[in-house]
Design a protein around this ligand. Structure first.
Ligand code: ATP
Ligand code: MG
Length: 458
């Protein structure tokens, strides 16, 4: 075995591995970092260690360091490994070799047994590519052929896939997640088993499903995985069944609603910060279409009000999945306004920037581009226009013009002094002044604004 492959991660974890070994306990790197090392990715920061020491023994070995009881019932503690002066401590998750007893509820093992060997520990893990370990000697322990599957690009359950999914239904989502993120295929028996057992996801906590779902959709092969396993995603989001195969009856659209949504998800440009919610938003953006569908006398389909309806349906979906409030509200907002009209017109752009905020407006615009690409009928001219509008919005933002009431050169007190009666009407007056500034009718200057106030309505 090429020790070099693991060198970087071993060096990083060395203090923890050596301390355990010195005290007579076996200790090896396991799971994600072993998999990623073999894929040539040396950038992971989280390190998982598996050891023969019991949690109490681990705490004893590291009594001088900060140790957190992350999941002590399951044999996991987090050791905060000090690094050279000044650096952040590196958290290392240390878990005792364990094997899980029966899972009568499909979620939690009835009992956890601490076991003697790393091989037994690897056997309770989910997929072959996640069931490898490597110690200080750099020797890979790979009893289930994880390295081979990594080379072939396969997600394969350890042992009988039917048994493994019945033990823990979340593994169904995890299989899809790894397939999407790594751009892997799911091996045939594993794929058959997860489809057969898809309804087990109904017993899994929505929070855990939502974490996996967001990661899955943010993965590079999300589109392929959603197409191939729509049946599974429909257990998690039954609303997808309503848009699947839904014909749009409109020459503007080449695809049914679900395929259109998947294509929008694939096309949307994202940042590492907004990727998860933008991808999910794209997949859901047209869920309001089936219930707002009408046919006109020419037999052409329309979906009046589908964006508002989509907002309402998305809110229900995201509440059911126990989304955090920020993600839920942002997705619903973007769905609500995904049909916003953009023109190359500074007055309009400034109004939209003022109303939606620049960050959100740029997300709406990025999505609109993807939405058009996903019709299958987009033109280069239209994409160029969107790109020009995006650049213009960023320029306006840089110019630092007045875009909000709070940026106005006058405030409520100035208006009161000028004789405006205090009360709710005040907000309206300030807003009128803001729109006058945005429209270029008056400069954002205190004297000029007060003078404008006295002018009669044109
Ligand atoms: P990443 O951190 O990139 O998500 P990972 O492989 O580290 O990938 P984690 O969810 O952090 O995944 O889990 C760490 C390891 O624990 C996995 O590699 C796997 O060996 C094991 N594992 C995690 N969840 C399960 C599960 N539900 N069933 C069986 N084994 C699991
Ligand atoms: Mg991990």
């Amino acid at each position: 075995m090429d020790v070099k492959v693991f060198e970087k991660y071993i060096e990083r974890a060395r203090p923890v591995l050596e301390a355990l070994e010195k005290n007579g306990h076996k200790a090896l790197l396991v799971g994600g970092c072993v998999r990623e090392a073999l894929r040539g990715n040396e950038d992971r920061t989280d390190l998982d260690v598996t050891t023969g020491a019991s949690p109490q023994e681990v705490k004893e070995v590291f009594r001088q360091w900060h140790v957190i009881d992350t999941g002590i019932k399951h044999g996991t503690v987090t050791v905060m490994m000090p690094v050279e002066e000044g650096g952040e401590k590196i958290p290392v998750e240390v878990t005792t070799f364990r094997s899980d007893g029966d899972y009568s509820d499909g979620r939690h093992p009835d009992e956890i047994r601490f076991v003697g060997s790393v091989e037994e520990d690897l056997a309770r893990r989910d997929f072959t590519i996640n069931s490898m370990a490597v110690g200080l000697d750099g020797e890979l322990i790979d009893p289930f052929g994880g390295r081979e599957d990594l080379k072939k690009g396969l997600i394969r359950a350890v042992g009988d896939p039917n048994v493994r999914f019945r033990e823990d239904g979340l593994r169904i989502m995890r299989a899809l997640r790894f397939a999407s993120v790594l751009d892997f295929e799911i091996e045939k028996d594993t794929a058959d088993a997860l489809l057969l057992h898809k309804d087990l996801l109904k017993q899994i906590s929505p929070e855990r499903i939502f974490v996996e779902l967001k990661k899955t959709l943010a993965g590079k092969s999300a589109g392929r995985v959603v197409r191939e396993f729509t049946d599974v995603f429909s257990v998690v989001i039954p609303e997808l069944e309503d848009i699947r195969g839904f014909h749009q009856r409109n020459s503007y659209h080449r695809y049914d609603v679900l395929e259109h949504c998947i294509r929008a998800m694939e096309a949307v440009e994202t940042t590492p910060e907004n990727r998860e919610y933008m991808k999910l938003m794209a997949l859901l953006h047209d869920v309001g279409k089936p219930s707002t569908f009408t046919l006109d006398e020419d037999g052409i389909g329309h979906f009046y009000g589908h964006a508002g309806e989509g907002d309402r349906i998305c809110r229900a979906i995201l509440q059911r999945l126990r989304s955090d409030g920020f993600t839920r509200d942002r997705i619903c907002y973007l769905v609500h306004y995904h049909d916003l009209v953009f023109e190359e017109d500074d007055r309009l752009l400034k109004r939209w920037m003022s109303r939606h905020g620049t960050e959100v407006l740029l997300e709406i615009l990025d999505f609109k581009k993807a939405d058009n690409i996903a019709t299958g009928n987009v033109t280069e001219e239209l994409l160029d226009k969107f790109n020009r509008i995006k650049r213009r919005i960023m320029e306006i933002e840089k110019e630092g013009d007045c875009l909000r009431v709070k940026d106005l050169a006058v405030n409520g007190k100035d208006l009161m002094d000028a004789g405006v009666t205090p009360g709710p009407a005040m907000g309206g007056v300030l807003e009128k002044l803001l729109y006058a500034v945005l429209d270029g009718k008056v400069e954002n200057d205190r004297a000029k604004l007060l003078e404008y106030l006295d002018r009669p309505e044109p």
